[in-house]
Design a protein around this ligand. Structure first.
Ligand code: PHB
Ligand code: FE
Length: 328
């Protein structure tokens, strides 16, 4: 693998990272990304380090997600499910026109290793990249300790229904999952169950709103139900989605509470396509050619519905499946 770690920077304490032709360096406020353009010229890009780490956290935790994860209008990754592209400006019309973009492909294992090490080295004690800005300390300053517990959070995996005997217990205060400050009004009652005798271990239900009101993280879809390739991924959102997601399939949003405003642009160029203002009860579908970023002024509940079929991206590429949910 073409990665080399230079010694920690003597003034800030952070390690520099290289991956292929890309270099990554952080200082007290910024992440600096460098590369050589297609014609060999040195090029660089700067991001607020809080925004960079919040995006990096998602890319690492989601295993590079579906399609493209853009850290901003310039930097991003594209998941090919065996390998991953790292790119700067490759989906930005102005960068393309100027010929200053670069896209390189890496094995998933190699890019994962560098991204995990960078996240670990650049995340200070007290900063949680998964938390809403008002619920965590600052990302800024010189290197100070680490926050490994926050960046290596394991998903809680249920194999049947949450709360069913023998499966994942419900979230409670005692289990370290208090109701979030912004969901204090969410009723915590539980559904009434009347299973036929003999089916008490098989019939179950839980209060999804109560479950979500106790989520400690933001912008992190988790699966609540998996039926074949239909994945219901409810999540709690506050502030800005730390990535601009480029779809490689149609994706559905159901705004279950409060509101999120979305910016939708073309995934190949960044050309603005739509503003989608979602209020509680609204549903929207994001076509396979768009990239989107959401803004949630108050913590809200969003259900992301994904078609997880591993064949879908190839069916769309060869025209068997449309890029849009309906053709009028
Ligand atoms: C998305 O890119 O569609 C997405 C990602 C994370 C969320 C919500 C939506 O929490
Ligand atoms: Fe998305």
């Amino acid at each position: 693998m073409n990665t080399t770690h230079t010694l920690p920077d003597t003034t800030t304490g952070y390690t520099h990272f290289n991956l292929g032709s890309f270099g990554f360096r952080r200082d007290e406020y910024f992440a600096h990304i460098t590369w050589s353009t297609r014609s060999g010229q040195p090029m660089s890009h700067t991001m607020d380090v809080r925004a960079f780490l919040a995006a990096l956290m998602r890319d690492v935790a989601w295993g590079f997600f579906y399609g493209g994860v853009n850290f901003d209008d310039v930097l991003g990754t594209v998941n090919h499910y065996q390998s991953v592209d790292l790119q700067a400006g490759a989906f930005n019309a102005s960068f393309k026109k100027a010929g200053v973009d670069l896209l390189e492909n890496f094995s998933t294992a190699d890019i994962k290793q560098v991204f995990e090490e960078m996240l670990d080295d650049w995340t200070n004690t007290g900063f949680d990249p998964f938390a809403a800005p008002q619920e965590t300390g600052l990302a800024y300053g010189k290197k100070q300790g680490h926050n490994r517990p926050a960046i290596t959070r394991a998903r809680e995996l249920a194999s049947r229904c949450v709360g069913l005997a023998g499966d994942l217990p419900l979230r409670t205060d005692e289990r370290g999952a208090p109701v979030n400050r912004q969901f204090a009004d969410v009723p915590q009652d539980v559904p009434e169950l009347h299973p036929e005798p003999g089916f008490e271990q098989e019939v179950h239900a839980f209060n999804l709103f109560a479950f979500l009101s106790r989520s400690q993280v933001t912008w992190n879809p988790s699966f609540t139900s998996v039926v074949k390739y239909s994945y219901m991924c409810p999540t709690t959102e506050e502030h800005i989605l730390p990535i601009l997601h480029s779809n490689d399939r149609v994706e559905w949003f159901f705004q279950m509470s409060d509101s999120i405003d979305w910016n939708c642009t073309h995934k190949n160029t960044g050309e603005p396509l739509a503003r989608v203002l979602m209020r509680a009860g609204d549903m929207a579908a994001m076509p396979a050619y768009c990239r989107h970023q959401g803004f949630s002024p108050k913590r809200s509940m969003l259900l992301v519905w994904e078609n997880g079929s591993p064949k879908l991206v190839y069916e769309i590429a060869n025209g068997e499946t449309p890029e849009v949910p309906v053709q009028f």
